[in-house]
Design a protein around this ligand. Sequence first.
Ligand code: BJW
Ligand code: ZN
Length: 242
Amino acid sequence: MHTEQAISTVRDWIQDHERVAVLTGAGISAESGVPTFRGPEGLWRQYRAEDLATPEAFARDPELVWEWYDWRRSIVAETKPNPGHLALAEMERLVNNFTLITQNVDGLHDVAGSAHPLKLHGDIWEMRCTRCSNQLVNREVPLNPLPPMCDCGSMLRPNIVWFGESLPPLVLDQAWAAAEHAELFLVIGTSALVHPAASLPLVAQRSGAKVVEVNLEPTAITDQVDVSLMGPSGEILPQLLA
Ligand code: BJW
Ligand code: ZN
């Protein structure tokens, strides 16, 4: 299908369906200036995930992991939502039953006005205690002291889901249910390599949803989706509402 025609088809689907779910990844924030993970400019080209985004890495060298997050927080603090985030916030107002699921930790969907994004991988502005049940929001940039400490005397950690860790079970349940009930499922700016998030579009499709992908390039699931829209999400998403 030609891109123009595909866009108009998806626009009609959004208008004609009651239950729409959306999964976003790092690509939707790329145009805001947040680095993605994979690809030529991605974080995993410069840094090893094993050294920074696993519980073992944090146990070995919490200072190093915290310095990396402090640096990432300083980048995100300078960014703002782009037209892609804003289009999804608008879509939420237009669709009867809308669920936004994100793998991103940058909080830009909240800033754009999306009401309750389901954050599968946590939030870079949150931290939690490594010993007690304390969990808090902290927007200080740069952090001082680093690493930050809990009132109980133990170290805090980023409230982020690292490799090998479980996703927050309630959030994952809600995301799974939204995928199973969706009539239309949009997958935006994700390489669809990290599970269980990457399973959600396929769960939706198996349950009867039409699946639409928006990405700069083909991904792990491109062959399986119903429509693939190739281009920057900040340009394509606003067109889906026009
Ligand atoms: C644009 C664009 C523009 C650019 N417009 N597009 C099944 C099979 C194999 C392995 C596993 C499996 N199940 C579980 C695993 C293990 C593992 C996993 O998936 N590994 C694979 C990599 C092989 N999963 C886990 O460990 C997960 N936990 C788990 O499964 O627990 C189960 C368990 C059971 C029992 C006991 C214990 C546990 C946890 C995964 C956590 C992921 N965490 C990270 C780091 C977060 C930290 C942080 O931010 O600091 O989350 S990894 C990183 O990848 C981050 C992202 O959310 C995630 C996904 O990346 P995303 O968003 O797709 O970004 P990119 O960069 O990959 O892609 C960007 C895309 O955008 C590209 O396609 C571009 O083309 C596109 N793009 N600009 C549109 N302008
Ligand atoms: Zn504590």
